[in-house]
Design a binder for this molecule. Structure first.
Ligand SMILES: Nc1nc2c(ncn2[C@@H]2O[C@H](COP(=O)(O)OP(=O)(O)OP(=O)(O)O)[C@@H](O)[C@H]2O)c(=O)[nH]1
Ligand SMILES: [Mg+2]
Length: 329
């Protein structure tokens, strides 16, 4: 149903683009709400302004308690790693969290459904990965705690609605907004060190709702206009398509390995692995088990891909994914 907005609406809307002052923005948006004709075709637009107004009001009231407010939304890491889902309004972030985990975040066909961060655990084989749903990012609005969550996460998933008018522009807008907050979204294989002025964040672009679209053109445009190294991942949160592979990619992006501890003469348990960053040593494992092992470690026996049959290794041994380890003191 068409919105049939009167010319006066567009006049007032121009003023909105020219101000960054929250009080002024609220006034202009309230004026816009009074101009917008009230019918089915304008419901989304009305909801958008209402939500923006309430957020701006809440923000100005909380100005004095900013520090407390930010720490209130800090999410302690849990599991094998922390992955934050970001994106424009309505791209399916919450739906994807719902489909990847057992959580029940609110999903709805209007923008700004999600207002605060929502953590949920995703099972991948024998580990849990922490996913965080977040409110949408737009050119006009992003709270300080949202920036902190992105900086703190191990991986960013940028969820894009492949049926949107211009998915590539959606990506670029978010990149731009984040760059202003000193965050650069980089492909996973990017080797650039953390810059002085920019915080580099590993990012995977996820094209959602692909059951509705042929995405080959979008994929090409992303390589051409955004960054050739970005290989978007295609899925449908509603139809659960490609989600097993997405789980795997998310885990791989964390760049962690799993090892298993074994007591002499007993079989190892594969249910609860120790998780370490790639590059960690046997000493890191000993420290994680108990301080006595760290202090008195003599050697370990390994059953794995590079060392076999209980081969002896020393403290400097670099752990390999899947190693079964018997520590000896
Ligand atoms: N066709 C289709 N619709 C989807 C898919 N994923 C989500 N949706 C729909 O898209 C709408 C928005 O989904 P949400 O998960 O609420 O989107 P969001 O990105 O969390 O939205 P905000 O919280 O407002 O930023 C809902 O109507 C979903 O049912 C998908 O894979 N295919
Ligand atoms: Mg949401």
């Amino acid at each position: 149903m068409p919105a049939n907005l009167p010319p006066q609406y567009f006049e007032v809307e121009k003023k909105l683009k020219n101000t960054n002052n929250p009080e002024e923005k609220i006034k202009i948006m309230e004026e816009l709400l009074s101009i917008i004709p009230k019918h089915k075709g304008t419901e989304k637009l009305q909801a958008l302004y209402k939500s923006k107004i309430s957020k701006l009001k809440a923000r100005s009231q909380k100005k004095t308690a900013t520090a407390r407010h930010e720490s209130l939304h800090h999410i302690e890491k849990s599991g094998a790693g922390q992955v934050v889902l970001i994106g424009p309004p309505n791209s399916g972030k919450s739906m994807l969290i719902k489909s990847l985990t057992n959580a029940e975040p609110e999903v709805a066909d209007y923008p700004f459904t999600t207002h605060k961060p929502y953590p949920a655990m995703m099972k991948y084989e024998n580990v849990q990965v922490q996913l965080i749903d977040t409110p949408p990012i737009t050119r006009d609005y992003m709270e300080a705690w949202h920036t902190e969550i992105i900086k703190n996460a191990d991986t960013v998933l940028l969820i894009i609605d492949s049926t949107s008018r211009d998915p590539v522009e959606d990506i670029m807008t978010i990149q731009e907004v984040l760059r202003e907050k000193k965050i650069s979204l980089v492909p996973e294989n990017d080797k650039t060190d953390q810059g002085k002025n920019q915080f580099m964040k590993k990012c995977m672009i996820v094209l959602n709702k692909v059951e509705m679209m042929n995405i080959s053109v979008i994929e090409k445009q992303i390589k051409e206009f955004v960054e050739p190294e970005f290989t978007p991942f295609a899925c449908s949160a509603v139809q659960n398509s490609n989600l097993d592979l997405l789980r795997k990619k998310i885990f791989k992006s964390l760049n962690v390995l799993r090892v298993y501890s074994k007591i002499p003469g007993k079989k190892p348990s594969y249910e609860d692995p120790f998780i370490f960053e790639y590059g960690s040593s046997l000493m890191d494992m000993a420290k994680a088990v108990h301080k006595d092992f760290a202090k008195n470690l003599k050697y370990a026996r390994i059953w794995g891909k590079k060392k076999y049959g209980g081969q002896k290794v020393n403290k400097e041994y670099k752990l390999q994914d899947g190693d079964v380890i018997e520590l000896h003191i």
